[in-house]
Design a protein around this ligand. Sequence first.
Ligand code: ATP
Ligand code: RIB
Length: 298
Amino acid sequence: MHRIIVLGSANMDLTVTVPRIPKPGETVSGNGFRTVPGGKGANQAVAAARLGGRPMFAARIGNDLFGENILKAFAKEEMDYSFVRQDPEIPTGVALISVDSHAENAISVAPGANKKVSMSDIDELMQFVSKDTYFLLQLEIPLEVAEYAIKCASSKGAKVILNPAPAAMIDDSYYKYLFLITPNEHECEFITGVHIENGEDALEAAGIFIKKGVENVIITCGSKGSVVCGSGISSIVPALDVEAVDTTGAGDTFNGALVVALSEGGSLMDSVLFATRASSISVTRHGAQTSIPMRNEM
Ligand code: ATP
Ligand code: RIB
């Protein structure tokens, strides 16, 4: 079995359920409020932990109440969070989330301490990375630090998985270090310029990533499922038909589950099926980390 290391963000999510997402300048009365630990990196690490991957998670949070509550939540998970540093100068990241009656969301993030993840953090983290590591990261930390981490982890022989969320443009020279990239449709369009309406569009966009040097591509498309491309495969995997109440963290659950299945030696296709099942469970529940399933629910 491979070791899993997740590098990324940790936020406190302040979520209001609303009948519809407010338009600019509009106030909409909601009917529920939750404070739930989130952040793309933390969600992916927690998903990997609940699904049996025993990951290590590296991040920065503030030395404040939200930070303390995040650490208390991590203490209940089967993961090594000794590399989650409490920054003395800057608050924990916060995400303001509106979830509408169709389970869709709008998210505004104040990155706080996530912005302080540094190259020297990466240098230190590299002592744990080897050719037996799956190294999973997103883009909610400084872009140049994410790029540096991709290059360092790859040079140690690790299999690097980039979930390019939120959408940002890494330099073209880093794609060749990626074992796998996992954008959603919007991130994919932002990076490749291909507007995805159907499977053919997704395969065209995946081809662009492969030309840039990425080994494997998975494009997640919400309730439509995902498109998998690489290692001799090119396939569309439908989502499961479930009643979604909140899709916050669906992509994170997908990525966390995916890396667990891969680390256990699963094929790319089998790992996508496992990730599809895990994320379909998560959308039937509210919140980010509160919605992530345990292995025995799978
Ligand atoms: P988020 O940013 O909300 O965490 P995302 O945009 O990164 O998510 P999506 O493409 O929306 O990721 O979803 C990831 C996976 O979750 C999909 O490929 C699918 O398997 C599952 N999923 C998402 N929404 C639904 C839904 N409404 N019904 C069933 N499965 C879903
Ligand atoms: O992907 C969902 C996550 O995005 C939320 O938990 C929020 O914190 C933002 O980072």
